[in-house]
Design a protein around this ligand. Structure first.
Ligand code: GDP
Ligand code: MN
Length: 365
């Protein structure tokens, strides 16, 4: 009898679930997800993690965009899970679909060809539209215009560590314009002429090339680990591009950069070349070249303290404290992608953050 009473009392003491959605974080920022209705569960999976590890203490708004209309079910479940507000945007078909200057017969032919030679997603029309949208358009969406910073989140990701500071505030205070966690090499048959097109642009607009740019990261042919040889690096590269790119399924960025005259000119030049359709340029290598050529390399930040997974790769921090403090819970496996032959992180750190390379792989210095 007594035991039962205590139990009831205990449960009564749990406070009401708070439904105050007022933003706590002080930055002009949002969390951005481009997503399909059919990915509801995978989206919730990502939201749950970002909320638990970070956003429930900050309540930044989420912006969900879709080329289709979101279903009531999608809106109800995602709004129910986010701690702050959620906004839902429809993407104008004029913006999403193939632009007028694309030769549709040639596009059809290229789709068949890319399918035939097994270019990853090369035969998928929606994927081409998606990559182009994320390359040059999402930051112009009416719902995104009021924000300065965005954190891009995709369905089916994992976020392994407590985020104990506000990364948006970090970006502002440290003058950062672009942040990433994973960097690997791109499949070269997706971007046969991307680097050539970037070079044409920079020849046309040398005024936009930043004097302290980071292009060397994408163009050096240096092996980054002692156990990777030069032959291996060349196998991955094509015409002077080593295929390194920031994996854009995670990014924290300053949209003032992406909306600048410089980035617009860059994107328009790529757009005119047709490479989003005649080839299968991903938004990741496109952002990478924009960021590397027109920013000071010091304005690009590797979030070395974040643990992250997007199928099929994960990475976690390399310091002991992240684990001893309980801040991170990472896979037990030893396949942290930072150490893979096709990872570019050591290359990035060697050029721009030597101290972090020392923490990760002292033998590679
Ligand atoms: P992957 O990460 O390269 O394998 O490609 P995903 O399938 O994850 O697509 C990248 C992002 O774009 C994810 O956030 C998807 O939810 C989203 N996405 C991809 N294709 C479409 C599409 O046709 N419509 C919408 N609304 N979102 C898409
Ligand atoms: Mn994805």
């Amino acid at each position: 009898q007594v035991e039962q009473e205590n139990e009831i009392k205990y449960w009564k003491e749990i406070p009401e679930i708070e439904r105050n959605r007022t933003q706590i974080g002080k930055e002009n920022a949002c969390i951005y997800m481009l997503v399909r209705n059919s990915e509801l569960h995978e989206a919730l999976d990502s939201i749950r993690q970002i909320e638990d590890r970070f956003n429930r203490r900050y309540r930044y708004p989420w912006v969900f965009l879709n080329d289709d209309y979101f279903t009531e079910e999608f809106k109800k479940h995602t709004s129910g899970m986010v701690s702050g507000i959620a906004e839902y945007g429809h993407i104008d078909p004029e913006v999403w679909n193939v632009p007028k200057h694309i030769d549709m017969d040639l596009y059809e032919e290229r789709l068949r060809y890319m399918e035939e030679i097994n270019v990853i997603y090369g035969g998928s029309r929606s994927y081409h539209n998606m990559c182009r949208y994320n390359s040059g358009n999402f930051f112009w969406h009416p719902l995104m215009l009021k924000y300065r910073y965005y954190w891009r989140v995709e369905p089916s990701i994992k976020f392994y560590c407590d985020q104990r500071y506000d990364p948006f505030e970090f970006m502002r205070l440290n003058d950062k314009l672009y942040g990433f966690v994973i960097t690997i090499v791109e499949y070269k048959d997706t971007v046969p002429t991307l680097y050539k097109t970037v070079k044409e642009f920079l020849e046309k607009r040398p005024d936009l090339l930043h004097p302290d740019n980071g292009l060397i990261f994408a163009t050096d042919m240096e092996p980054t680990f002692s156990w990777v040889d030069e032959k291996f690096v060349r196998e991955f590269s094509l015409d002077g591009y080593n295929m390194c790119h920031f994996w854009s399924n995670f990014e924290i960025g300053d949209m003032t950069f992406f909306r600048s005259e410089a980035y617009s000119a860059f994107f328009n030049h790529l757009e005119e070349s047709g490479g989003f359709y005649y080839e299968r340029w991903g938004d990741a290598p496109v952002h990478t070249f924009g960021v590397l050529s027109m920013m000071n390399a010091s304005q690009i930040h590797h979030f070395s303290d974040m643990g992250y997974y997007h199928p099929p790769f994960w990475r976690c921090p390399h310091d002991k404290d992240s684990f001893e403090s309980g801040r991170c819970l990472c896979p037990e496996a030893d396949d942290n992608v930072d150490f893979a032959k096709y990872s570019c992180l050591a290359k990035w750190l060697r050029h721009f953050a030597k101290d972090m390379l020392f923490e990760m792989a002292p033998q590679s210095l």
